[in-house]
Design a protein around this ligand. Structure first.
Ligand code: AMP
Length: 215
């Protein structure tokens, strides 16, 4: 099964993708994570993407589509893919169609996480993760049980994304509205879009997504 999680920054795509990976053995393909890894490693792609990401703008379609193709090639054919943060433009939806067809895959569901944009800025600017295991936390909604110590792995190192500041978040939202939201009608026309309330508690969101997948 191959699915897309679609929604603005902070809608919970990454959180839900990780839960689906754990529950169903699928694989998360996050172009944001791939790009951050490239920036950290200082690869040519990373050097090109760094300033664009810091500004909250979109990296070129060609770069992200190439990354997705490479990741799919490294996966077992029978392993399902969760596309997280890709596609983000109409051109990327076309690329994804070609990428999947060339690999004998097809798209089963597009899950739209519907959210209240005003709440997202608070969600995003307060979020941080354990630098060791990646567990997510939030300044207001989810602090570690022991201050400064990760609940999951005991690490005392945490990190925040450099693009999770208010000014960049506003640009990322504007990019979503202008370039990504318009791809919904493309998938709607194929009858594969399911809308899930992304403002519901995390477990309820996971349950709603799971209900779509077992349909
Ligand atoms: P994300 O982790 O999905 O919020 O992505 C972080 C940043 O990486 C975005 O603000 C963009 O600069 C870049 N990015 C991630 N995925 C894409 C994509 N599919 N197309 C273009 N840029 C992307």
């Amino acid at each position: 099964m191959n699915i897309i999680l679609l929604g603005p920054p902070g809608a919970g795509k990454g959180t839900q993708a990780l839960r689906l990976v754990e529950a169903h053995g699928m694989r998360q393909l996050s172009t944001g994570d791939m790009l951050r890894a490239a920036v950290k490693a200082g690869t040519p792609v990373g050097l090109q993407a760094k300033a664009v990401m810091a500004a909250g703008e979109l990296v070129s379609d060609a770069i992200v589509s190439a990354l997705i193709g490479e990741e799919l090639d490294a996966m077992a054919q029978d392993c399902g893919a969760i596309f997280d943060g890709y596609p983000r433009t109409a051109a990327q939806t076309e690329s994804l169609d070609g990428i999947l067809a060339a690999r004998g895959r097809s798209l089963d569901h597009v899950i739209e996480l519907a959210v209240d944009e005003d709440a997202l800025v608070e969600r995003i600017t307060g979020r941080y993760t354990c630098a060791e295991c990646g567990k997510g936390y939030h300044d207001h909604f989810e602090q570690p049980k022991v201050a400064g110590v990760c609940d999951k792995c005991g690490s005392t190192q945490f990190k925040r994304r450099p693009d999770d500041n208010e000014a960049t978040v506003r640009t990322r939202m504007a990019e979503y509205r202008a370039k990504t939201a318009p791809i919904l009608p493309i998938y709607d026309a194929r009858g594969i879009v399911a809308r899930v309330d992304g403002m519901a508690p995390m477990d309820a969101v996971t349950a709603a997504i799971t209900a779509v997948l077992v349909q």
